[in-house]
Design a protein around this ligand. Structure first.
Ligand code: NAI
Ligand code: SOE
Length: 386
């Protein structure tokens, strides 16, 4: 990492690749919300790229981008682009990221960094050699309560970590099924199943707190394309190319913590239920994304008459507040704005951005280990970062 990235300009020109999609909308709004005045720079939503010229033009206009293009290769090499924001399906992440790095641009890439760890490590190495920053879009870790839990942990307030449990449940599979054409439904078009698509978020937060997972044992299930046929026969043994729709795994971390995890795309009534519980020797913390304005903490030192979980509402004193008035709440876009603030702050200060390409690639190693374990029924070691 070079001492300080050479951003002498006060305006950072961004190009967004895949900007008309779901995350294109979320990123465009979040980039508009991220207030970088304290860093002495401002963000310019410069070029939006989509393969279809009509889509590119209308999305650029609607989402506040100055220009539209259909050619990401030409755009990432442009002199007047400083940062490339990649929100395409995952099968394009490696190619676009490596081209942007080769052109000397900092990269924000949506999760998963790629769908195979080998290409993730290629990205991490290229970024290191080119001294550019790559940050990956594990946005939930940027929630105030999650950042504050990390700060408590680092300050020794939680004590020694013991056990970590996380679930990420959605009913998206029940609502959308396996409609042909959706990129999420096939590995060939960039899908990675429930374990890769949503499981990666809870692996990210687990490793954010505890460091790397060493080994794990997983079970996974897949649904038939035709839901009337019910569960796949022998579906606890998924094959390499069959994407899972639900998975559970237990894991051991390098810091000695033991963990358990569950993900599902077929969890009726659960819209976007991301939760974790973290037990340590001095305190335990519970977090639920659906109540992200607060977290619950139980401290061992509390007097017995007062002991138990207490709900803390995050406020201006906690990290990542946008609104200078407590109690206004923060949504999905606010949390994404926090992750962009963290990314641009790293660029301006010449610091490492988190989660980095290497951190996100280790998450991908865990996702691949889940798949290997689920298909063999064995405990699997997760390769360490090289
Ligand atoms: P999407 O399908 O809604 O959007 C993808 C866009 O990329 C489409 O507009 C498509 O036309 C465009 N695209 C495809 N090929 C292209 C090319 N060659 N050049 C330019 N544009 C191209 O997908 P979605 O849901 O926005 O997901 C995109 C990425 O964001 C994925 O990696 C996904 O995992 C991630 N994601 C992250 C979320 C989070 O909360 N962090 C939430 C949803 C998605
Ligand atoms: C899947 O339905 C999905 O869109 C994931 O791709 C995102 O990463 C998650 O945060 C929301 O759900």
């Amino acid at each position: 990492m070079r001492e300080r990235c050479d951003l002498s300009m006060d305006k950072i020109n961004i190009a967004i690749i895949g900007g008309a999609g779901f995350m294109g909308h979320a990123h465009s709004s979040a980039l508009g919300l991220a207030d970088l005045s304290g860093l002495g720079v401002r963000i310019n939503r410069h070029v939006l790229v989509e393969p279809d010229p009509g889509v590119a033009r209308s999305a650029a206009e609607e989402l506040g981008w100055s220009e539209a293009s259909t050619d990401w290769r030409e755009v990432v090499a442009r002199e007047d682009v400083d940062v490339v924001d990649i929100v395409t399906p995952p099968d394009l992440h490696e190619e676009v990221t490596l081209a942007a790095i080769a052109a000397g641009k900092h990269v924000f890439c949506e999760k998963p960094i790629t769908n195979d760890a080998a290409s993730g490590w290629r990205i991490a190495r290229a970024a290191e050699e080119a001294a550019v920053l790559v940050q990956v879009g594990f946005n939930y870790r940027h929630t105030a309560a999650v950042q504050y839990t990390k700060a408590l942990l680092e300050a020794g307030e939680l004590g020694v970590p013991l056990q970590f449990r996380a679930t990420y449940l959605q009913e998206t599979g029940l609502l959308w099924g396996k409609t042909p054409g959706r990129w999420r439904n096939s590995r060939g078009t960039g899908g990675s199943g429930a374990s890769g698509d949503i499981g990666s978020h809870i692996v990210d937060v687990a490793e954010f707190f505890n460091g790397p997972i060493l080994r794990l044992n997983a079970l996974a299930r897949a649904m038939h394309e035709d839901r009337s046929q019910g569960w796949m026969p022998e579906s606890t043994r998924i094959s390499e190319d069959l994407l899972d729709d639900a998975a559970v795994w237990i894991a051991e971390f390098a810091n000695g913590v033991i963990g358990s995890f569950a993900v599902s795309f077929y969890a009726s009534g659960r819209k976007n239920q991301y939760r974790f519980s973290f037990d340590a020797t001095k305190a335990a913390v519970d977090f639920d994304w659906n109540h992200r304005e607060e977290f619950r903490i139980s401290r061992v030192a509390d007097a017995p008459v007062d002991a138990g979980f207490k709900t803390v509402h995050t406020s201006l004193e906690h990290p990542n507040g946008h609104w200078k008035l407590a109690g206004l709440g923060s949504g999905y876009v606010d949390v994404s704005a926090s992750q962009f603030h963290s990314f641009f702050s790293a660029i301006v200060k010449g610091e490492q951005a988190h989660p980095s390409a290497a951190e996100a690639t280790h998450v991908q190693e865990v996702v691949e280990a889940i798949s290997r374990s689920a298909s063999t029924g064995q405990w699997v070691d997760v390769p360490p970062s090289p």
